[in-house]
Design a binder for this molecule. Structure first.
Ligand code: CU
Length: 159
């Protein structure tokens, strides 16, 4: 009975560590950036979203700016429902990171917006970018480019 339980525990631990090895993260000061990712863009697209998880173990900070060789500029946006219409607006002051908090940039909420992209992102590539925090300073990260937008869209593109 005891041996059986140990077996299950080992299998679970192996699954968890495999999951961790596949994710990628970056650190600057007390800020941890978890799994930055983007999505493949259509050949004519000029903008692309970027998503990541920011864990701030230190005092309050702010993500003030970002840049990338692949984009003319990089903005921070917020998606919000205005009645029945989904609206996107630029967050002029950057993204506020309260002390000891986690802020997630994800589809439908806060996100990084790569503007004036000249070479559309392709699935499987890593897009280099620099994030600048008001207090923690700059950090180089890489956005892993995933499928175009969900599995349905993906299959529509013949893959
Ligand atoms: Cu946007």
């Amino acid at each position: 009975m005891i041996r059986k339980h140990i077996g299950i525990f080992v299998a679970l631990a192996a699954t968890l560590s495999f999951g961790t090895a596949r994710a990628h993260e970056f650190k600057v000061g007390e800020i941890e950036i978890g799994h930055p990712y983007s999505r493949a863009m259509l050949p004519v697209a000029k903008v692309g979203g970027g998503y990541l998880k920011i864990t701030n173990a230190g005092p309050a900070d702010r993500l003030v700016s970002a840049s990338s060789d692949r984009a003319g500029s990089v903005e921070f946006h917020e998606m919000k429902m205005n009645g029945a219409i989904m609206e996107m607006r630029e967050l002029q002051g950057g993204i506020v990171l309260p002390a000891k908090s986690t802020v997630e940039l994800k589809p439908g909420g806060y996100h990084v917006m790569f503007m004036n992209v000249t070479k559309p992102f392709k699935e499987g590539e890593m897009v280099k970018a620099t994030l600048v925090f008001e207090k923690a300073g700059p950090v180089d990260v890489e956005f892993a480019v995933g499928p175009i937008a969900g599995d349905k869209a993906h299959s529509e593109h013949g893959k």
